[in-house]
Write a protein that binds this ligand. Structure first.
Ligand code: FE
Length: 419
C-alpha cells in the first residue's frame, strides 16, 4: 500500500478516523453515516505530500512500522479530511457595514446596487488598493480559514471590474500560502460604470481579459453572476462557452435572488458548479440531480440576505451532489465561519451531520474538480488532514466555539493549537 520508501510522518493513536472513502466512491451523492468510513484506533502515514497508508493502527504493515518515520501521537484525536471551502470572495478592500445597516432597515440589494452601492462600492476601494495590501489582507483571512481546518480555498476576483485591477486581485490570490488555492475569474460580477451594456462588457472580458488571465495562468475557472439586474442568461452562456474554449472550467452564481435561468445555463454548458440555487423549482432540481453540476449552497448569505434557504433536502433526495461554503464577501456574507454554515445547513436546511461533512469535503472537492486529489483520506491522495481534539459529532454544532486542532496541508503542518 505504500507509495515509496522515503521517510514520512506517522499519525498514530487516532481514536476515530473518518476516511470519507465511500462518500468519494458515491461521488458525494446520497451520503449517509456509513459513507464516512469510520475507523477506530487508526493511523495515517504521510509521505511527502501524499497519504501513503491509512487504516486501523494494528494493521499497519510491519515493514512500514519499522521504517524511520517521525511519529505524531495524536492522543485520541479524531481525524478527517481537511475542509474544502469552495466559494469565497476573499480578496477585497474595505467593508460594507454601513450597507448592512441600510439593508437591515429594508433597502433591497438591487436598490443598493442601483444607487451605486453594493459591489460597485467595494470596486472603488479594491481598485485603489495596492497588490501588497490585498495580498496581506488575503493572507490574514486565509489563515483564519486554515485555523478552522480548511486545506483548500477557492478565491474569486470580481471586485475590480477592469483589466488591470482584476489581474491584481488574481495576483494577490496567488501569493496566499499555507493552503491549496483555486482562483476563479469573476470579472462578470457586476457591470462597471465604464460600460453601457452587459453584452459590450462581456465582449471586452472575452477579447481583452480572459486571454491574458489564461496566458499568465492567473485563474483556472470563470464564474458569472446570472441574475435580474445583473448578467442575463443568454449572453452569459455565450461568455461561458468562450471561456471553456480557452480552457477554463466554468461555474455560475445561479438563482440566488430570483429564478433567473442560472442553473439552466450551468447544466447546459456543463459547469462544475451552480452556486446559491435557493430559488430553483422542482424541475431544475431534477435536472441538477441528473447532471454533473455540484450544487454549492451558501446559507450564511441567505441568513444575511434574510431570504429563504435552498431546498437542500429535495436536492439530496433527488440525487444531486451538494457542497457547502461561506460565500465570504464584504456585502452579502461577511463571515468566514464554517461552523455557522454547517449549523444553518443542519437547522434550516435539515441536512444531517454526515451530509454536512460530505458537502464540506467530497462535495466541495467535486465543485472545484479536485475530487481525484482531495476530499477523502485515501492512499495516493493529497495529505490534507484535519485532526481535532473532540468527537466528530461535535462538528457544526456550536457557533463561537472551536475544537483544538492540527491541520496538515499537502503533508505540511500549517496549524497546531493542540501542542
Ligand atoms: Fe458569491
Amino acid at each position: 500500500m505504500c507509495l515509496n520508501k522515503h521517510m514520512g510522518i506517522l499519525l498514530r493513536n487516532i481514536s476515530t478516523l473518518l476516511t470519507l472513502q465511500e462518500a468519494a466512491r458515491k461521488e458525494g451523492r446520497h451520503i449517509t453515516e456509513q459513507d464516512l468510513g469510520i475507523l477506530s484506533q487508526a493511523a495515517v502515514l504521510i509521505e511527502k505530500d501524499r497519504i501513503a497508508w491509512v487504516g486501523p493502527q494494528k494493521k499497519l504493515p510491519k515493514d512500514l512500522a519499522k521504517k524511520n518515520h517521525r511519529e505524531l501521537d495524536l492522543k485520541g484525536c479524531t481525524v478527517l479530511p481537511g475542509f474544502v471551502e469552495c466559494h469565497t470572495h476573499l480578496i477585497f478592500a474595505g467593508d460594507r457595514a454601513a450597507e448592512f445597516e441600510m439593508r437591515n432597515q429594508g433597502v433591497s440589494y438591487q436598490e443598493i446596487a442601483a444607487r451605486g452601492g453594493g459591489i460597485l462600492s467595494t470596486m472603488k476601494k479594491t481598485r485603489a488598493a495596492s497588490l501588497a495590501d490585498l495580498a496581506r489582507w488575503g493572507q490574514e483571512r486565509a489563515e483564519h480559514f486554515i485555523s478552522q481546518g480548511v486545506t483548500t480555498l477557492e478565491i474569486k476576483s470580481g471586485y475590480a471590474l477592469n483589466s488591470k485591477d482584476e489581474l491584481k486581485m488574481l495576483q494577490a490570490a496567488q501569493k496566499i500560502q499555507g493552503v491549496r488555492t483555486v482562483s476563479t475569474f469573476l470579472g462578470a460580477h457586476a457591470l462597471p460604470p465604464e460600460f453601457k451594456s452587459y453584452e459590450e462588457y462581456l465582449l471586452f472580458l472575452t477579447n481583452e481579459v480572459l486571454p491574458v488571465v489564461k496566458k499568465k495562468k492567473l485563474a483556472q475557472r470563470v464564474d458569472v453572476f446570472i441574475e435580474k439586474g445583473f448578467f442575463p442568461p443568454e449572453v452569459s452562456e455565450v461568455y461561458l462557452r468562450r471561456a471553456q474554449e480557452l480552457g477554463f472550467d466554468v461555474l455560475v452564481h445561479a438563482d440566488q435572488l430570483s429564478l433567473s435561468g442560472g442553473s439552466e445555463v450551468a447544466i447546459k454548458v456543463g459547469a462544475s458548479s451552480g452556486d446559491h440555487l435557493l430559488q430553483v423549482s422542482p424541475k431544475e432540481i431534477q435536472s441538477l440531480a441528473k447532471s454533473e453540476v455540484t450544487c454549492v449552497l451558501l446559507p450564511a448569505a441567505d441568513l444575511y440576505m434574510k431570504t429563504k434557504y435552498p431546498p437542500a433536502r429535495e436536492m439530496i433526495e433527488a440525487g444531486a451532489r451538494v457542497a457547502l461554503a461561506t460565500d465570504y464577501n464584504p456585502g452579502s456574507s461577511p463571515t468566514q465561519d464554517l461552523n455557522l454554515v454547517g449549523l444553518l445547513a443542519r437547522l434550516e436546511m435539515k441536512m444531517s451531520l454526515p451530509e454536512v461533512i460530505g458537502a464540506y469535503t467530497v462535495g466541495a472537492a467535486h465543485a472545484l474538480n479536485l475530487q481525484k486529489d482531495v476530499g477523502s483520506l485515501e492512499v495516493g491522495k493529497s495529505a490534507d488532514i484535519l485532526c481535532i481534539e473532540k468527537d466528530w459529532r461535535t462538528l457544526f454544532y456550536s457557533v463561537g466555539e472551536s475544537t483544538k486542532k492540527v491541520v496538515f496541508s499537502r503533508g505540511k503542518k500549517v496549524f497546531n493549537n493542540l501542542k
